[in-house]
Design a protein around this ligand. Structure first.
Ligand code: ADP
Ligand code: MG
Length: 275
């Protein structure tokens, strides 16, 4: 099955093309054992993400969203089930991913450019290639002119752009984002959403985004995974059904947008009523 939306073609994981899913999460469970108590963070979670697809994950606090991203990155081992990245079982930290967190976590003494190049140093990329790629990302994210600024000289939005450039420097096929815009003001957040949509279309990167914002999830994603409270499991997966290229205001006014946000709000609202 091919899902074609304007100029992008997403190959669904079950397509008979032999292409593996970008991410395949199969019956995953995670239990944390601490001295005080055992916590089942995730139970029975299965999600497939196609190459080039944008999937958002929403759910109440503590339902295991960050845990799920850590599993995909290989930073955490599941207690049960299997995670595959591009067909290969994840057994340890993976280099073919990029990771963006809520806080940009930049080194205060390094310029924007040198914070981005940190990725190249960690991965021993050839210096010339890394510099060229950094220059292109700086251009793409609108950081031109701020390459030599230190983090404290940059706004929150610009710091997150630097973190995004750093996460994309090694051209990872899969980008994981954990509430990346949660600390930004509403207007900056909107601008970052518009830019992320463009970057996603331009780079073809597969993206998994955890967010608390239903509007952000629907504006950005092909599909939205709605999770239940702990132990987190998949409650429903919503097909957004919007074209890949999304003008902000026009998208918000579309019936698909209203339908998807309403469904997600109903699911999350119904859950908090049980709390
Ligand atoms: P979310 O990102 O959805 O808010 P998390 O994935 O951070 O949720 O956490 C899910 C649950 O697992 C929470 O109850 C949290 O307290 C617990 N948890 C997360 N990491 C650990 C850990 N390293 N040790 C023990 N418990 C943890
Ligand atoms: Mg979290």
């Amino acid at each position: 099955m091919k899902i074609t939306s304007e100029d992008r073609t997403v190959t669904a994981p079950d397509a008979g093309t032999g292409a593996p899913a970008a991410v395949r999460i199969e019956d995953v469970a995670v239990r944390f054992r601490t001295k005080k108590r055992d916590v089942t963070a995730l139970s029975d979670v299965s999600v497939d993400v196609a190459m080039g697809e944008f999937v958002a994950i929403v759910g109440p606090s503590g339902c295991g969203k960050s845990t799920l991203l850590k599993l995909v990155a290989g930073l955490l081992k599941p207690s049960g089930g299997v995670v595959r990245l591009r067909g290969e079982q994840v057994t340890g930290p993976r280099h073919d991913i990029g990771y963006v967190f809520q806080r940009a976590a930049l080194l205060e003494w390094r310029s924007a450019r040198r914070n981005i190049l940190l990725q190249a140093e960690m991965r021993r990329m050839p210096a010339a290639q890394a510099r060229e790629r950094a220059a292109r990302l700086i251009e793409m994210t609108g950081l031109g002119g701020f390459e030599d600024a230190l983090p404290h000289e940059l706004s929150g939005g610009m710091q997150q752009r630097v973190a995004l450039c750093r996460a994309l420097l090694h051209e990872p096929p899969v980008l994981l984002m954990d509430e990346p815009f949660g600390a930004l003001d509403a207007l900056t957040r909107e601008q970052m959403n518009v830019e992320l949509n463009r970057i996603w279309r331009e780079t073809g990167t597969t993206i998994l985004l955890v967010t608390h914002s239903i509007a952000e999830a629907v504006y950005l994603a092909d599909r939205v995974v709605v999770m239940t409270p702990r132990p987190g499991t998949v409650e429903e997966i919503i097909d957004v059904g919007l074209p890949a290229e999304r003008d902000y205001a026009a998208t918000m006014a579309r019936p698909e947008f209203a339908r998807a946000t309403r469904r997600i709000r109903d699911l999350l609202g119904a859950e908090s009523a049980h709390d």
